[in-house]
Design a protein around this ligand. Structure first.
Ligand code: 9G3
Length: 577
């Protein structure tokens, strides 16, 4: 490709409204341009990278026997009514009416569509197991699209759906997908973790894992153990008990409940200061509305409530912190004095609190707390569970080593769906014994466009992008210093022709630009190899530099061709096998 007429509008200045490094880089290197909030045009360089990512995904899906299909984006609302999801999703589901005034949704995902397809086309176990996948544009009207392709409203997803006759079949399919995801993210050069996840609204009780690219910009938090490999989304992560069970020891010494005047002590911080070493016995009670009904959750003062764990325990669709008025009306005291004693709402007690033999808690009265509150004696332990978030300092529940926390970008998510959709939409298969059974499903997603952002978050330096070879829009950047110089132009053209003849993807900077501009652009778009043809062109000597190498080397053009082929061909052969 000749750069003179390549549509690659690079930006000298850093776009001020782009907060994520990957977003800034995609704009500056001319990969994408915004059309609307969360809606992007892929320019030629961006399109080439996206196609490479798709190709890696496609190869690995095909390798495990998944069959590629292409499902419609326009989905009849009836399907979403059959699955019961049409009214579950609000403004995020893009809805439209066709010319006959019939209701449609623009597909945010395709469980309903693909299950209806299988319902209509498959009826015998002999045609199962089946896994289909597509790489297709999804529409989700995000309230806050941000960070470029990281959270768009129209984005490219590989979504796969598996159909098995029994759980063993699903386990095998899930494992094959899981391993294919490892191959995909490794080939994309990502530093990622596969983590245990919470199935959220979509999945039932089935197992589910997310693939998280580690990056500070990531919205998720990954909890990981460096020694035994345990890794989980913070929403699901559990740690070793922090609080050695003191119940017994404290039990004997637990004096009776004591009211304690704490004027204007409203926050945990103030209380912690007041308590000094006793602060480890602080029990805070937070009031929530679960599907509109008040419920109190107790965790130690040092811990945070895990709302995902609480919501899952209660099986609630909605969970939100109660506002000040609700706290006042339910507890009889303003925020900051809520406590378990005498509180007549369901009480969820984190197991770290129940491990305390006695502690300090709000007295449900303005300016008062209780001392020597004894779990089980002064409040019910009927709902004791894991309701806190893992935090730095916690130790691994499996091997007791320290846990670490990392920000992560979710680039993949695999679910065991069970029969949630096949039951709702009537997708059954006649079993070997002749009975009709609901088909057991799994679903498997990769954010293909989001993947590009995740790769860039991990692969850039101050000068710009540093593409992994597998995704680079081109392999080699040939930069003649002065295209008006015959020797330089001719040698550059010779090299361009020879490399392309060998299947190498080459970008030739044939612009009449100052060298500095050319070098800055080359660093910015970050191709794996840059070959400068300068004043030693007459000796057939060029300057060879791999993007990450600190220094360039002066070598002959023959040597340069050899080096490029060594770099590109084994990669090509590795991808091909
Ligand atoms: C919707 C809207 C947004 C959504 C969904 C439905 C996320 C929805 C979860 C999934 C689960 C899996 C197949 C590929 C892997 C992920 N956001 N999810 O179902 F109507 Cl507006 O998409 N789907």
């Amino acid at each position: 490709m000749r750069q003179q007429n390549l549509l690659m509008p690079t930006l000298r200045e850093i776009p001020s409204d782009a907060e994520a490094a990957s977003h800034r880089l995609m704009l500056r290197a001319g990969l994408i341009r915004p059309l609307a909030a969360g809606v992007y045009t892929y320019l030629p360089l961006g399109r080439r990278v996206l196609r490479k990512a798709e190709a890696i995904v496609r190869e690995e899906m095909d390798r495990i026997g998944a069959q590629e299909v292409l499902l419609p984006a326009m989905q009849p609302a009836e399907l979403w009514r059959e699955s019961g999801r049409y009214d579950v999703y609000g403004p995020e589901l893009v809805r439209l009416r066709d010319r006959h005034d019939r209701e449609f949704a623009l597909g945010p995902t395709h469980e309903e569509v693909v299950t209806a397809l299988v319902r209509d086309e498959i009826s015998s176990y002999r045609k199962l197991p089946l896994t289909v996948y597509q790489i297709q544009t999804k529409f989700r009207d995000e309230r806050r699209p941000r960070y470029g392709l990281l959270r768009g409203r129209e984005f490219l997803m590989k979504d796969a759906y598996s159909f098995d006759t029994d759980w063993e079949g699903l386990d095998a399919t899930y494992r094959a997908m899981y391993e294919a995801y490892h191959r995909i993210f490794t080939r994309c050069g990502l530093n990622y973790r596969a983590v245990e996840a919470d199935a959220g609204a979509i999945g039932g009780e089935g197992e589910t894992h997310e693939f998280m690219a580690l990056a500070e910009i990531g919205e998720d938090t990954v909890v990981a153990c460096g020694s035994c490999g345990y890794a989980a989304n913070l929403e699901k992560a559990e740690a070793a008990a922090a609080q050695q069970a003191q119940a017994a020891a404290d039990g004997e010494a637990a004096p009776p409940l004591e009211r304690w005047h704490t004027p204007d002590i409203r926050t945990i911080v103030q209380l912690t200061e007041l308590l000094g070493p006793e602060a480890s016995r602080l029990m805070k009670a937070l009031l929530y509305l679960a599907d509109g009904k008040p419920v109190a959750v107790m965790v130690r003062g040092v811990d945070e409530v895990s709302e995902v764990k609480v919501q899952r325990y209660l099986g609630a669709d909605q969970l939100e912190l109660a506002d000040a008025d609700t706290v006042q009306s339910v507890t009889g005291a303003p925020v900051g004095f809520a406590g378990p004693v005498g509180l007549n709402v369901p009480l969820l007690v984190d197991r770290e609190v129940s491990a305390l033999g006695k502690g300090i808690a709000g007295a449900n009265e303005r300016d008062y707390h209780y001392r020597h509150v004894r779990p089980g004696r002064d409040f019910s332990l009927a709902h004791t569970g894991y309701f806190r978030e893992v935090r730095l300092g916690d130790r691994c529940a499996r091997c007791d080593e320290p846990l670490t926390l990392h920000r992560g970008i979710e680039v993949g998510h695999v679910f065991k769906l069970d029969t949630k959709y096949s039951t709702a939409l009537g997708a059954k298969a006649t079993s070997i014994s002749g009975t009709k059974q609901d088909i057991i499903m799994g679903c498997y997603g990769i954010g293909v466009s989001r993947l590009l952002s995740a790769v860039l978050e991990q692969h850039h330096d101050e000068q710009g992008i540093v593409w992994p070879l597998s995704l680079a829009p081109f392999h080699v950047h040939i930069v003649p210093v002065a295209v008006t110089d015959d020797a330089q132009r001719e040698l550059a053209e010779e090299l361009y022709g020879r490399l392309q003849a060998q299947g190498v993807e080459v970008l030739l900077d044939d612009r009449e630009e100052r060298p500095g501009v050319k070098f800055k652009d080359a660093d910015l778009i970050g191709l794996p190899v840059r070959i400068v043809v300068g004043k030693r062109a007459g000796e057939r000597v060029v300057e060879y530099k791999e993007r990450q190498a600190p220094e360039a080397e002066q070598i002959t053009v023959e040597e340069a061709v050899k080096r490029v082929l060594e770099l590109v061909r084994p990669a090509a052969s590795r991808d091909a096998k």
